[in-house]
Design a protein around this ligand. Structure first.
Ligand code: AMP
Length: 221
């Protein structure tokens, strides 16, 4: 099964994608994570995209499509994948469709997580992760049980993304409305789009995504 999670930054795509990966054995592909890894490794791609990420702008469609095309060819995507952060433009959606057709496969469902802007800003500016095990937290919505100590591994070291500032978040949101919102009619026309209220609890959002998956796999069989 191949899924796309769509939604503005901070809508909860990463959290839901990880849950789906664990439950269904389909691979989460976060283009943001791949780009951040490229930047921290100092690779030629990383050097090329560093300032784009820092300013909250979009990396070119060509670079992104090539990155995803290589990634979905890897054996860990054989059972399917969850795209988290891709496609982000209509051009990327079209390239994705073309490359999946060539491989004899398709996107099975596109899940849009809808969240109010101010909630998004609070979610993003407050988010942080354990530097040791990667568990995600939020100062306001999901603090650690013991202040300064990771609930999962007990580490006291935490990290925050350098692009999670209010200024960059506003630029990323503006980019989302301008470039990514037009993807919605593209997928709606193909009967693939499902809208879910991302302001519900994480568990409720997961339950609604699972209901969509059951419906779309029943429709496919
Ligand atoms: P994210 O972790 O999804 O919020 O992505 C972080 C940053 O990576 C974005 O602000 C963009 O600069 C870049 N990025 C991630 N995915 C894409 C994409 N599909 N197209 C263009 N740029 C992207």
């Amino acid at each position: 099964m191949n899924l796309v999670l769509l939604g503005p930054p901070g809508a909860g795509k990463g959290t839901q994608a990880k849950r789906l990966e664990n439950r269904h054995g389909i691979k989460q592909l976060s283009t943001g994570d791949m780009l951040r890894e490229a930047v921290s490794s100092g690779s030629p791609l990383g050097q090329q995209v560093r300032s784009i990420l820092e300013n909250g702008q979009l990396v070119s469609d060509d670079i992104m499509t090539e990155m995803i095309a290589d990634r979905i060819d890897q054996p860990d995507c054989a059972a399917g994948f969850i795209l988290d952060g891709f496609p982000r433009t209509v051009g990327q959606a079209q390239s994705l469709e073309a490359l999946l057709v060539k491989k004899g496969t398709r996107v099975d469902a596109v899940i849009q997580l809808k969240v109010d802007d101010q909630v998004l800003i609070d979610r993003i500016v407050g988010r942080f992760a354990c530097a040791n095990c990667g568990e995600n937290y939020n100062k306001q919505f999901r603090p650690t049980k013991v202040p300064g100590v990771c609930d999962v591994c007990g580490s006291t070291e935490f990290t925050q993304r350098s692009d999670d500032t209010e200024e960059t978040v506003r630029a990323r949101l503006a980019g989302f409305y301008e470039m990514t919102q037009p993807i919605l009619p593209y997928y709606r026309d193909r009967g693939l789009l499902y809208e879910i209220d991302g302001l519900q609890s994480f568990d409720q959002v997961t339950a609604e995504i699972e209901a969509v998956l059951s419906r779309s796999s029943a429709a496919a069989s």
